[in-house]
Design a protein around this ligand. Structure first.
Ligand SMILES: Cc1cc2nc3c(=O)[nH]c(=O)nc-3n(C[C@H](O)[C@H](O)[C@H](O)COP(=O)(O)O)c2cc1C
Length: 157
């Protein structure tokens, strides 16, 4: 059985982390919940779900996907990960943001770092960003955390 990584990403950081994770795992498919297509979960025994954090909340498409497929997802091997600019609060935000049924069954919860590129942001996002105390380009993608997360799922096979 295969692994599916489902993710949302507004400016590409979570997408890049999802790709790095896939490269560690081998036979793994990727699905961007921001693109309209329906994902069948039948072929997968493992589903890894990733989201960025915006103003304290996870990506709404990711949460909609989780809620719509909750019963099926809780039968799978689940891993949850986020990208967020506040490392100290990251796991707390993950646990508060994903449905509790998934947090309870998750075999790994990962914080993969973040990236902020001011030039890419919409004007509104530039304004909102100052509210979370960030004013510069920043990048801290945590490959070690991605490797550790991947190992959890490789070891269990
Ligand atoms: C407008 C805006 C608001 C953000 N709000 C938060 C936040 O509340 N908490 C946090 O930890 N990170 C916050 N971040 C940082 C993002 O989570 C981080 O840049 C992440 O890597 C974005 O992922 P993406 O490129 O996949 O969309 C915010 C970033 C932006 C641009």
């Amino acid at each position: 059985m295969k692994t599916l990584i489902v993710y949302g990403s507004k400016y590409g950081c979570t997408e890049e982390c999802a790709c790095l994770l896939r490269d560690e795992l081998g036979e793994t498919d990727l699905a961007d919940v921001g693109r309209p297509h329906s994902v069948s979960l039948d072929a997968y025994d493992t589903v890894l779900i990733g989201s960025p954090v915006y103003i304290g909340k996870l990506d709404k498409n990711v949460i909609q996907f989780c809620n719509a497929r909750l019963a099926t997802l809780t039968e799978k091997r689940i891993g949850l990960f986020i990208c967020a600019g506040e490392p100290d609060k990251a796991i707390e935000q993950l646990e508060a943001g994903f449905p509790k049924e998934l947090v309870e069954v998750a075999r790994a919860k990962g914080y993969f770092g973040y990236r902020i590129q001011l030039k890419k942001l919409s004007l509104l996002d530039q304004i909102l960003l100052t509210g979370v105390g960030k004013r510069r380009n920043e990048e801290d993608i945590r490959r070690g955390a991605i490797d550790d997360f991947a190992k959890t799922f490789l070891q269990e096979h």
